[in-house]
Each structure stands twice: as structure tokens, then as C-alpha cells.
Design a protein around this ligand. Structure first.
Ligand code: G3H
Ligand code: ZN
Length: 285
């Protein structure tokens, strides 16, 4: 079912475009993302965080859901199934389950330990043809700033065999705070020059202005992680539906979740298509 995406992201890095990496949160998200990929004929990286997997019922359920949805929707574009921000145990679990890609996020560990654990994950994953992403520096959280990744670390992790590298470059998960100073392009450029073939990952991809996304891609970003953007799109469309009183229309059964969740689901696909155009992802045929 799943490809590991190494060719897809290497090509993106070489040809200066990016491929989106989108988090799933439930059935509706999964279908909205698959639909967006199929309709744009672009490759899809669908990923799940440890929190979302717990919410949904576990990593196996997520894998089965994505696989079965691909079947029932006749998905014909390549799909990568990635563990997002995994700890050591969840990375091993997903490798054994047959995810085609895992991110081992050891940024909170001392660098030596992050590197050592990343190497262990790489060994297990590569034996099975699974792709590995690591994190260096620190992506900001909850509107708080992170920590810039160092060029030295980038070189060490690439030498260790990582397939993709997530770097702290002033990016922040969730909604960006007022007065955010923007991405650190100087550091991105230095890292990109030090590891000229490795696809670099921009986490916290939601809410970054289009010109900064484009500049980041031109410098070496090839995978952009997006979750919050689609949550906000889903929220706004659902709010509109309810504020218009459509959920209260008893004759049309507006309260039925199949109706109630539809505008939000469609908003995810629409928002995804806009991101794909920003990233310049070419269609596969
Ligand atoms: O790993 C997930 C992404 O980095 C999510 O970032 O909160 O900006 O959508 P976001
Ligand atoms: Zn992230």
C-alpha cells in the first residue's frame, strides 16, 4: 500500500518544490486528505502524531483506516504513511506494523543520545525499507520559540543515515504568536549547503506567509508539515454551518454527523489544494 517516499522527497529537494505532510485526526480527515491527493494527482504523506493515534484507537487502527480508505476510494497516487514526532517505542511499534516512514523525535534528549537512538531506529527501519526522519534543534511549541538547529548536528545526523531532517529554524507548532520574527533563512541556508541532498522538513507549516514558504522551499525545504491550518479550516466551516442554523433543520436532518461534519471535511480538502499550489507540488502524470 505504502511507498517510503525517499524518491519523492529527494526529487522535490533537487527540483525545488515541496510535498505536504498532513496529519490525520479521524476518519473525516483521512478521507479529506486522500481525496485532495487523488484530485490533484499529487503524492500524499499522511501522518499521525502519538496523541492523535491514541485518540483514534492506536497505530494499527490508523494504518488499517488509511489502507481501507485507499481501497474504498480507489486511490491511485502514491501514499506514504508516517509516524509524526514519535518517541522510541512508538517508532519501533510503527516500524513493526508496516508504516512506510517514521519520525523519531529525540530533540528533548542530549544530542549524543538523540543521535544514538536515531541510529538504532535507522537500522531497524532501513532493514525493512522504511524511511526515517529525525529532529535537531527544537520546533517551538504553544506559541513559544524553539531552538535553532546547528550545522554540525545536521551533518552528523545525515552521516548517520537519516532520510529527512527536521530542523528548528524559528518555526513553531500551532498558531504563530503576534510579533513572530519569521523563519531564520540564514541558518536554513547554512544547513542546506552542508547537507545538499537531504530533504529538509519544515514543521509548524501552518500560518507561515506564502512568501516565506516559497523562500524556504527555494533554500532546501522539501516536506512541509501541516496540521493546525486544516483544524482551523474545519473549525471555521463547522462554525458557519452551525451559526447558519443548519444543524437545527430537522427536515434535512442537519444534525446527522454525515451532514454536520461535511462542510468541515470539504474545507480540509480545499485548504490542502491551496497549500499544494503554494508548494508547487507537480502532479504525477
Ligand atoms: O508535525 C506536525 C506539524 O509540524 C504541524 O504544524 O501546527 O503548524 O500545523 P502546525
Ligand atoms: Zn511537527
Amino acid at each position: 500500500y505504502f511507498v517510503n517516499g525517499n524518491d519523492i522527497f529527494k526529487k522535490a529537494r533537487k527540483e525545488h518544490y515541496a510535498v505536504g505532510a498532513y496529519n490525520t485526526n479521524n476518519l473525516e480527515w483521512t478521507r479529506a486528505l486522500l481525496r485532495g491527493a487523488e484530485e490533484t494527482r499529487t503524492p500524499l504523506l499522511i501522518q499521525v502524531s502519538t496523541g492523535a493515534a491514541k485518540y483514534m484507537g492506536g497505530y494499527k487502527l490508523v494504518k488499517d483506516l488509511v489502507e481501507d480508505s485507499m481501497d474504498s476510494m480507489n486511490i491511485s497516487v502514491p501514499v506514504i504513511l508516517n509516524l509524526d514526532h514519535g518517541d522510541y517505542d512508538s517508532a519501533i511499534e510503527c516500524i513493526k506494523l508496516g508504516y512506510s516512514s517514521v519520525m523519531f523525535d529525540g530533540h528533548a534528549l542530549p544530542t549524543e543520545e538523540n543521535l544514538a537512538k536515531t541510529k538504532e531506529i535507522i537500522k531497524l527501519a532501513h532493514e525493512r525499507g522504511i524511511s526515517v526522519e529525525a529532529e535537531i534543534g527544537k520546533i517551538g511549541e504553544n506559541q513559544g520559540a524553539g531552538e535553532l538547529a546547528s550545522v554540525e548536528d545536521a551533518k552528523a545526523f545525515v552521516a548517520a543515515g537519516v532520510d529527512k531532517l527536521a530542523c528548528g529554524i524559528g518555526n513553531i507548532h500551532g498558531v504563530y504568536p503576534e510579533g513572530w520574527t519569521g523563519l531564520n533563512f540564514d541558518r536554513l541556508k547554512e544547513i542546506a549547503e552542508a547537507v545538499p541532498e537531504t530533504p529538509l522538513v519544515l514543521h509548524g507549516g501552518s500560518g507561515i506567509p506564502q512568501d516565506q514558504i516559497e523562500k524556504a522551499i527555494s533554500l532546501g525545504i522539501s516536506k512541509i508539515n501541516i496540521n493546525t491550518e486544516f483544524q482551523l479550516a474545519f473549525q471555521a466551516a463547522t462554525r458557519k454551518y452551525i451559526e447558519e442554523g443548519k444543524d437545527q433543520d430537522k427536515s434535512k436532518k442537519g444534525y446527522d454527523p454525515r451532514k454536520l461534519l461535511l462542510p468541515g471535511t470539504e474545507a480540509i480538502t480545499a485548504s490542502m489544494k491551496e497549500m499544494i499550489s503554494w508548494m508547487g507540488t507537480p502532479s504525477i502524470d
